[in-house]
Design a protein around this ligand. Structure first.
Ligand SMILES: [Zn+2]
Length: 267
């Protein structure tokens, strides 16, 4: 079967957020990576969400060309009352191959969340980012204002706001702090009005692409089935919203992701 036109002509795509450590992707990793490459996706950032997934993300990056990894503790993984696993995360970061601290952030949407504990753990990890000179991959639900407040207290932190679903004003506040905005399956959905309004106003040098597979679906692919190979659909949707060619979106978002994670373009 011939590949679709975009697979042949598209500059290399970078999926900046994909949980290859998790099922159903982990069990068929070789197939996922081969199909991704056939569809033009040549680099994938795998964030950790706790020490164990971070360790596995680093192991994947060591074994596979084109995979890079981040180390972090996700706010949704905080056990009530449990101590922050600082030494475990720090050992992984000190090993030197992580390209980012993440995914970290604030999630005030879940039940029984402890806002103060989440803020402390986030600040601890922002300190790691400064110490190891790494960007951070931020997750945020129902906590945009507290997240902005914390970032303003940590000037100079390089960051990407992942799975962004907010409106233009919210995006502008994060862009003012120098951050990148990651667009995923949301831009493919006709009813995702806020993010579709935001997509055209983000400067071209501040946007990146992601699938967040297997946790977010697109308009046509339900979430457990989404894979990095679907990233061209997200690029095409973002291109349509911005009046750009998908090839231009691919080129600028890959350049941006390489700059953010300090990856040599030809590596
Ligand atoms: Zn994630």
């Amino acid at each position: 079967m011939p590949l679709p036109r975009h697979a042949r002509d598209m500059p290399a795509l970078f999926d900046t957020h994909c949980h290859l450590t998790d099922e159903p992707l982990a069990g068929r990793l070789e197939d996922v990576l081969t199909t991704a490459r056939k569809h033009g996706v040549h680099r994938i950032m795998v964030p950790g969400y706790d020490p164990e997934s971070s360790r596995r993300a680093l192991a994947l990056a060591a074994r596979h060309e084109g995979i890079c990894a981040a180390v972090g503790l996700h706010p949704g993984r905080l056990e009530p009352g449990a101590a922050f696993p600082a030494s475990g995360l720090r050992t992984l970061l000190a090993a030197g191959s992580a390209r980012a601290v993440g995914e970290i952030g604030l999630d005030y949407a879940g039940p029984d969340h402890d806002q103060r504990h989440q803020r402390e753990v986030l600040e601890h990890q922002l300190d790691f980012a400064r110490e190891f000179d790494l960007p951070v991959i931020l997750h945020c639900r129902k906590a945009f204002q507290p997240l902005l407040d914390i970032l303003r207290q940590h000037p100079g932190i390089r960051f990407v706001l992942h799975a962004f679903g907010g409106g233009p004003e919210m995006a502008a506040a994060f862009l003012d702090l120098g951050g990148y905005i990651a667009f995923g399956g949301g831009v493919t959905r006709p009813n995702a009005r806020r993010v579709r309004r935001t997509a055209p106003m983000v400067p071209a040098d501040r946007m990146v692409l992601e699938t967040d597979a297997p946790y977010i679906g697109s308009h046509t692919v339900p979430k457990p089935l989404l894979e990095p190979r679907h990233l061209p659909d997200i690029a095409a949707a973002l291109a349509a919203l911005r009046g750009m060619e998908p090839e231009e979106i691919a080129a600028v978002t890959t350049t941006n992701a390489n700059r953010l994670f300090r990856i040599a373009a030809n590596s």
